[in-house]
Design a protein around this ligand. Structure first.
Ligand SMILES: [Zn+2]
Length: 254
């Protein structure tokens, strides 16, 4: 078996009103993690999720309810270096979606090919009024970044990155128009990285919906992932922003 593993990266934390994470969740402030993942693959290493950006505090100046716990140590290139990899050697940087707390790596990994779903790219550049603030185009449209686009659809939502079945993206719209989860087949069993299609355990258990949502699409995406877990025997599911899970999970999955 080829050697494949996942390092869990810590791209900081956000404190925000609960209703920004859970639809109808009230104004109480909650703190959530911003995880990212470095997937080691024999044909090249892959970043999944871009974390926050170095000037995030200024970007959030217009959102007074939000505060971030983010230092230089949380920058994605720094996290990758800490895991023992030269950021310039990455094969792909896969962006699950283009919301502000998932795109910090854009412009900070010179020479690395960035990957996003075509639907998400198009929506980010033509978003609706209520969600525009979440797509900072100044950060997304960095000229130095080269992009490639995944075009899977709901009939065939998976895209196999290296053609060997080990790392696949899965189109899971709802929270974002072109949101992608990722399935990684480790030696010990498959791991599902949901990104914000499943923000926390509450969403996975169908007890809440994420905010900024096409609700029916979000619910169907969670159901599709439940079905996939059953078909593929997936036992490890890593959520998009679940503090309890993030603080107790292994930092290296093999
Ligand atoms: Zn999001």
């Amino acid at each position: 078996m080829p050697n494949i593993s996942i390092d869990v990266l810590d791209a900081g934390k956000i404190t925000l009103p609960r209703n920004q994470i859970i639809f109808g969740g009230g104004e109480e402030l909650v703190t959530v993690p911003v995880p990212a993942f470095l997937i080691r693959h024999p044909s090249g290493d892959v970043l999944f999720e871009g974390g926050m950006q170095p000037d995030i505090k200024e970007v959030l100046g217009e959102l007074p309810d939000y505060t971030v716990d983010y230092t230089q140590e949380n920058e994605i290139p720094e996290q990758i270096r800490k895991a023992g990899v030269d950021p310039a050697d990455l094969r792909y940087a896969v962006m699950s979606h283009l919301h502000w707390d998932h795109i910090g790596a854009i412009g900070h990994l010179p020479g690395v090919e960035f990957v996003v779903h075509e639907r998400e790219w198009n929506y980010a550049h033509n978003s609706d009024w209520f969600i525009k603030f979440a797509y900072p185009l100044g950060q997304i449209d960095r000229e130095t970044t080269k992009w490639s686009f995944i075009k899977s659809d709901l009939d065939n939502p998976q895209h196999d990155l290296f053609g060997d079945g080990l790392i696949s993206t899965i189109l899971v719209p709802g929270h974002a128009e072109g949101l992608m989860a990722m399935l990684v087949r480790l030696d010990s069993g498959p791991v599902l990285l949901t990104s914000d299609s499943v923000v926390s355990q509450l969403h996975w258990d169908n007890e809440a919906l994420p905010f900024y949502t096409d609700a029916p699409a979000a619910v169907r995406s969670v159901q599709m992932l439940h079905d996939l877990c059953e078909q593929e025997g997936i036992e490890t599911v890593v959520y998009g922003h679940d503090l309890e899970q993030f603080e107790t999970m292994e930092r290296s999955l093999t």
